[in-house]
Design a protein around this ligand. Sequence first.
Ligand code: ADP
Ligand code: MG
Length: 244
Amino acid sequence: MSDILLAVENLEVRYGAATALRGASLTVPRGQLVAVIGNNGAGKTSLMRGLTGLVRPSGGRVLFKGEEVTRLPAHAKVARGLAMVPEGRLIFPDQTVEDNLILGAYAHGGLKTARAQATLERALALFPRLRERVRQPAGSLSGGEQQMLAIARGLMAEPDLLVIDELSLGLAPRVVEQLIGVLRDLNRQGLTILLVEQLAAYALAIADHAYVVAQGRVVRDGPSGLIARDPEVMEAFLGKKKAA
Ligand SMILES: Nc1ncnc2c1ncn2[C@@H]1O[C@H](COP(=O)(O)OP(=O)(O)O)[C@@H](O)[C@H]1O
Ligand SMILES: [Mg+2]
């Protein structure tokens, strides 16, 4: 099998008459951690929704494991190994932590099999705070714990590729750093990750390769170390001032 797990070609996403994504392409090699960075409103979430099937792209193609999956709905992509941690987490606050996790295993029939039980055990081992709170309503968790839950729910689908949209949203730097460390460990253990992050420095610190999105297009890509040191990227596309 090709070692390109995900290929997005010229993807377009529209909301009514508004075009949010104007032909974006990227590839995610198996085993890598790939970052998508860009300012608020650049089109990052539209790119993620288009490639995961949460919105139907108006143009372009999505290939996963070498097969075209452009028009498959999100749940069918999850069943094939493409899981998403959505922007804003979208957990079910009135349901328990455990029930939220079980929902993540939906594509594999819930917690019926020993394999699913083992996956749950691994997710709880990764996040001991979730284990302590497993019978509490998810809405009672802190923001950082809710993000842990959203990541753990994604892992319950046993994905080959985990897409995470805005890991840092609303979280304190210390919490973001902790979660970034977890993603790095998961990637080292072999999980392929596509990380979308407005706070570029966090994503660039752990990514192999980075794509910069601005105004609905991919405007740059390269090894994350080079992107991090590219003054034009920081000034023109991420709105950072030049160091004095
Ligand atoms: N559901 C929607 N309906 C209409 N316009 C939207 C919708 N979601 C996003 N947009 C617009 O699409 C553009 C890209 O947004 P988005 O993909 O959310 O960017 P990002 O994730 O980089 O902040 C923005 O101009 C935004 O206002
Ligand atoms: Mg977004």
